[in-house]
Design a protein around this ligand. Structure first.
Ligand code: ADP
Ligand code: MG
Length: 408
């Protein structure tokens, strides 16, 4: 974050009566039937920035995307319910604009008094937001920038996107990083620059191909890499084991073998797995040795002996045994945790991380959801990132367009 100005710098200049455009990540999950917000974590995460601006007397104009509308208004992706929830959490009404940069947005912003908050309609109702064409994105950014005298980026979940609201608007306004973006980057930079050792990374989730770049980037720097989830089967196959009908990326087998040969002993794979007769919540299932998965079975979780081994590699013992982790990064569930029968691996590993004294960071939408769904205490983790893709791309060492734009 070298050279990036922060919210405190902006507050120090005085924002009373100034219009401050805040890019937030209010992309919350909605119940498909009722449209209700099922997890308001991302709304809560931006409150510190918004409250500071309100208290300082700014006219606060918030913008965000929600879901993946196709560049045109689509009522199922309206931010209106989010405006309601945000108002409840702020303890003051949030003025909602029916469009993003049209007449409603203009009159809503003009009517704001000092210390009031407006929320614009979904950014992605406009083609310019995600356009690959610089001119089209720029034209939309011009319209957005007209609503602010300064710009705050607090949308960590979107900083890896080259979108108008995160990449082009900061080129048009004085710009700073909000509290959430600052915290996320501080935490992740602790993982990339001299982490306390041993540094243990746990990776799971569905596909090796999704996570290959992060494995490549992390392998040289970590002390241990524990692999579970659907992606462990491609590694087991690379070890010469049969994996039945488990998730397998055939074209990745050679790559996985190569990774294991590159750093012998660093990668730890399951020694047992829970395999079922079908990919279903009520399917019959048993624990098998990782080298003895029957041909007609599908592996849906890591087994109990694996959980114990992973936990041992993660835990810090009471006497501070130096063999145990001081820094942990976890991304990707260990099994199909959405089905209770296959949630034990994810629960066991999450509990071991929660009990550890190590500095622990959880990245990934499904991993964060697993912590909440399994009823684990969020405060026993060092940091739960609000950005899945953004946190992985940061650890891969990629340039994040939204961060680069703040640096300029
Ligand atoms: P995150 O969002 O935390 O980065 P991913 O999106 O990579 O995680 O992966 C999450 C998904 O991986 C979950 O929906 C989970 O059901 C799935 N998964 C985990 N283990 C398996 C498995 N053995 N077979 C198939 N899918 C799995
Ligand atoms: Mg996911």
């Amino acid at each position: 974050m070298s050279g990036i100005r922060t919210l405190d710098d902006l507050l120090g200049e005085g924002v009373s009566g100034r219009r401050v455009l805040v890019r937030a990540d209010l992309n919350v999950p909605l119940d498909k039937q009722t449209g209700e917000i099922t997890d308001d974590g991302r709304i809560r995460a931006v409150l510190p920035t918004l409250k500071a601006l309100v208290d300082a007397g700014a006219k606060v104009v918030v913008c965000s995307h929600l879901g993946r509308p196709k560049g045109a208004p689509d009522p199922q992706f309206s931010l209106r319910p989010v405006a309601g929830r945000l108002g409840e959490l702020l303890g003051a009404p949030v003025h909602f604009a029916e469009d993003t940069v049209g007449d409603s947005a203009r009159s809503t912003v003009e009517a704001l008094a000092d210390g009031q908050v407006a929320l614009l309609e979904n950014l992605r109702f406009n083609k310019g937001e995600t356009s690959k064409d610089d001119a089209e994105r720029g034209a939309f950014a011009d319209q957005l920038a007209a609503f602010g005298d300064a710009y705050v980026d607090d949308a960590f979940g979107a900083v890896h996107r080259k979108h108008a609201s995160v990449y082009d608007v900061p080129a048009r306004l004085p710009h700073v990083a909000g509290r959430l973006v600052l915290r996320e980057v501080e935490v992740l930079s602790r993982l990339t620059s001299e982490p306390d050792r041993p540094y243990v990374v746990v990776l799971g989730g569905s596909k090796v191909s999704d996570k290959l770049a992060v494995i490549e980037a992390l392998l040289p720097t970590v002390d241990r890499l524990l692999i579970g989830g659907g992606m462990c089967f491609t590694f087991l196959k690379a070890q010469g084991h049969e994996v039945g009908t488990s998730l397998l990326e055939k074209d990745m087998v050679d790559t996985c073998r190569n990774l294991m040969e590159r750093e012998p002993g660093k990668i730890m794979l399951p020694v047992d797995v829970v395999a079922a007769t079908a990919f279903a919540p009520d399917a019959e299932h048993e624990v098998f040795r990782a080298d003895g998965i029957p041909s007609h079975r599908v592996g849906l979780d890591i087994g109990p002996e694996t959980v114990a081994g992973f936990a041992a590699a993660l835990k810090t013992s009471a006497c501070g045994d130096p063999g145990n982790a001081r820094t942990i990064f976890w991304n990707g569930p260990m099994g199909v945790f959405e089905m209770p029968a296959f949630a034990n691996g994810t629960r066991g590993v999450a509990e071991a991380i929660a009990e550890s004294d190590a500095f622990s960071v959880v990245g990934g939408g499904d991993s964060a959801a697993a912590i909440r769904v399994l009823g684990l205490d969020e405060s026993s983790f060092g940091h739960i990132s609000t950005g899945g893709g953004a946190s992985l791309e940061y650890l891969e060492g990629k340039t994040l367009p939204g961060i680069a734009a703040l640096e300029n």
